[in-house]
Design a protein. Sequence first.
Length: 201
Amino acid sequence: MSKITDSLPITIVCGFILTIIMVLVGQHTITGSLSMGPVVDAGLYATFLTRWLHVIFGIMWIGLLWYFNFVQIPTMPKIPDELKPGVSKHIAPEALFWFRWGAMFTLITGLLLALLSGYLIDALALRHGIGYGMWFAMIMWFNVWFVIWPSQKIALGLVEADPASKPKAAARAKMFSRINTMLSIPMLYAMVGQMHGGFDF
């Protein structure tokens, strides 16, 4: 088992393999064969797979957003100064990589899902309740790529900058990260509500 769990890429690949096995076994149970056959409509299945990937990327994005705001930011002042570089030079840059790309692929799969489901234009025009969630998510994506990440690069010393600008950049990154945390709550309500029609608006 350690050969699987010692490597994150192998762990992830095994997760996808288990998913494929689960799907095939489920199909065999329903049809008596391993054929994907007529049980699943190709268009509906493509929409489902897009939704599944959207959820996976969303968990990566919002999970890290909440990690930063519930764990890293409140804990940093409690860490001894000599240990802080371990976070700022190693953990934070790695977490920010997955954070920003989680945001990117959440947005891409979300827009694709809305397109495949036929409600993209109505949602963007706020004629569909999920549109509020989409707009909150797009604002959050913008904040990640064009405010938080550029500010964090300065604050963490990943780019050359005036040392005096680091505290301002850190404060700006924190403020917009908190804004995104705030927006994530109604955004998730709108997204989950759309899946339960009675709670959509």
